[in-house]
Design a protein around this ligand. Structure first.
Ligand code: SF4
Length: 626
């Protein structure tokens, strides 16, 4: 086998046992790695109904099929049952862990059970050990990471949780190498529930490649092309940090809890690219382990800034600036950069944290929440920068109202018993910083995405507003884009590298000797999506009720270029588009469950009985609702 190690690490924390399992090439051919391998393992080993924070849940760290082998293939997929949505969730992070894992001799780590005492896992050169983590339990991410690097290897890549994950905040994330986050789905809380503070990994040798010379040639070609191509120029200059100028001008920003998606240029610029460039650290070099897998685009912008008399370093991103800043109505750059620093240190999902705080501030403005419920926090509403700072602390430590907010916006609104119509999420996953009313049919991506409201599951095109034509027209393009994004997540390739599927297929064939085609890669994406959907339905998902969008996106945009635009023309338009999505996926056109013949076509005959049960379940649940 080429390009893979054919080995995964099994770590049982209840028994404190580690073993190595061999995986056959046919599994990789069908699932590629990353998202596919992780989803397959969770599907087979974590039965529907399992509580995400119980020892029976598992968490998989899976390198992609090309991780570490081609330019920009630096991602690792983290897959588990999400404490936020109770669906199989995959979240992806860079920049060194995936390649290091492969070099350490493993394609994935599967963590099961739960330890009694805090531990971390140290993986290196084909071996692994469980080590005590008492002295770093309770520590912020940077201190814990530094301690582990000192105890292990200066080149180790470390995935760690902060106090939020330890405290089982459902919006906790996992931070890799100080600044990169597997942000979504609350997977930091899954690590916390297993008392697993961190995983450190280092390795020196990539698995063998079938055609090394040809791969070297292709590596150079793609690297040079993407390092200079006009299509990557904006990302090379600003990273993602100029996003708010774009989303604000299109009427797609999350400003003021999605109440003002359009914001003027002067306001958006306060949290955008030029502010980041002013604070760049000259000559800053990311850690050696990150540099060991070259990226032609290099989007990371490390900045130094001062807040309340102290200096901090952080690597901002558009989603962080927009969700912690624009969504909460705070447009002061250094304050928002400090929130970014805080959520990294506590290990909180910046999108979910910003979204949930923004929701609370709207309740405050509308006087739907009393001061006594805020435990002494005198929040004034949008733009109250002190309140946002305190709320982040309270969420991480589950103090006062922070304990409710740490559950995420959907649960928080149910617990408080108000404001559900103001909560912006799909299936329990908070919406990110792209309001879909500014683009035709974008909302269908959120409604049908496997994990809930994610901005990384493909967009339809052409998508210029207004929503004058039927949304169903754009469904084929959504599927095409979704499959492309998903293939990147299977291969561990960063989505900012503008490979086409032909390029990825050529690279994968050069590495492995397989005969993949863009079409066969798309099929892998459909295969993984089908499994995730069946598992979700066998658990709780009732697609006709749950593949939907939040009430706010039915309100016409108040101003800007998308003024008057709703997420869809009307409900009928949405339902027809959704039905078209189901049909083109080979799913039941009303119930949204993969059909037996689709599973057979995808080589998933073994899942047919599950799909039949899932179909019956949906039928029954709908009967009860009627
Ligand atoms: S473009 Fe940015 S996120 Fe993507 S691999 Fe390069 S540095 Fe990492």
């Amino acid at each position: 086998m080429y390009g893979y190690n054919g080995r995964i690490l099994r770590v049982n924390l209840s028994k404190q046992k580690i073993r190595v399992e061999e995986i056959g090439e046919e599994v990789y051919e069908k699932f590629l790695g990353g998202k596919g391998l992780g989803t397959l393992i969770i599907y087979r080993e974590v039965p529907p109904g399992t509580k995400p924070l119980s020892p029976s849940n598992k968490i998989v760290f899976a390198a992609g099929g090309l991780s570490g082998l081609v330019p920009g293939a630096r991602k690792v997929a983290v897959v588990s049952k999400s404490p936020e949505t109770r669906l199989i969730h995959d979240s992806h992070a860079g920049d060194a862990f995936g390649p290091m894992l492969k070099r350490a001799g493993f394609d994935a780590i599967v963590v099961e059970g739960a330890s009694k005492d805090p531990v971390y896992l140290w993986v290196h050169d084909g071996e692994a050990e469980i080590r005590g983590a008492e002295k770093i339990w309770g520590k912020r991410v940077s201190e814990a990471t530094k301690t582990i690097v000192n105890e292990t290897d200066p080149n180790a890549s470390v995935a760690a949780i902060g106090p939020a994950g330890e405290n089982l905040a459902r919006i906790a994330c996992i931070i890799f190498d100080y600044t990169r986050a597997a942000g979504r789905g609350g997977l930091g809380a899954v690590m916390g529930s297993k008392k697993l503070k961190a995983i450190a990994v280092v390795g020196k040798r990539n698995p063998p490649v079938l055609h090394p010379e040809k791969l070297e040639e292709l590596f150079k070609k793609y690297y040079e092309e993407y390092a200079t191509s006009p299509s990557t120029e904006g990302t090379r200059k600003y990273g993602t940090n100029d996003g708010l100028r774009i989303s604000g001008s299109l009427g797609m920003s999350p400003s003021y809890n999605y109440n003002k998606p359009y914001i003027p240029e002067e306001l958006a610029s306060k949290l955008a690219g030029e502010e980041v460039l002013k604070r760049l650290i000259p000559g800053f070099k990311p850690p050696e382990n990150v540099r060991s897998t070259p990226c032609p685009v290099k989007c990371s912008k490390y900045i130094r800034f001062k807040y309340k008399g102290r200096e901090y370093t952080v690597k901002p991103e558009y989603e962080n600036l927009a969700m912690l800043g624009a969504a909460t109505g705070v447009f002061e750059f250094d304050a928002v950069a400090y929130y970014n620093y805080l959520v990294n240190e506590y290990g909180l999902d910046s999108i979910a944290t910003g979204n949930t705080i923004a929701w609370l501030l709207e309740l405050v403005e509308k006087r739907l929440v009393g001061l006594e419920e805020l435990d002494g926090l005198e929040a004034k509403g949008f733009g109250d920068k002190e309140a946002v700072e305190k709320l982040i602390e309270m969420i991480a430590h589950k103090k006062g109202i922070g304990a409710i907010l740490s559950e995420g916006v959907a649960r928080a609104s149910r617990i408080l018993g108000r404001g559900e119509e103001l909560a912006v999420h799909v299936k329990g996953l908070e919406a990110p910083a792209w309001d879909p009313r500014g683009r035709r049919t974008y909302a269908l991506s959120y409604a049908t995405a496997d994990v809930g409201a994610s901005h990384l599951r493909g967009w339809p095109h052409p998508h210029m507003p207004p929503n004058a034509g039927p949304a169903k027209e754009l469904v084929p393009s959504l599927i095409e884009s979704r499959d492309r994004d998903s293939v990147f997540d299977h291969l561990g390739v960063c989505k900012f590298i503008p490979y086409g599927l032909e390029d990825l297929s050529l690279l994968l064939n050069t590495v492995t000797g397989w005969n993949t085609t863009p079409e066969s890669l798309r099929e892998v994406s459909a295969r993984t999506e089908a499994l995730a959907r069946i598992h979700g339905v066998l658990d709780w998902l009732t697609p006709p009720q749950d593949d939907t969008i939040p009430p706010k996106w039915w309100i016409p945009e108040p101003e800007g270029p998308a003024k008057g635009n709703k997420a869809f023309i009307d409900e009928q338009d949405f339902l027809e588009a959704r039905r078209t999505y189901y049909e083109l996926r080979g799913w039941h056109s009303e119930y949204g469950v993969p059909l037996p013949e689709t599973l057979e076509k995808l080589g998933l005959e073994w899942a047919v009985e599950d799909a039949k049960r899932a179909l019956l379940l949906v039928e029954k649940r709908l009967e009860h609702t009627l």
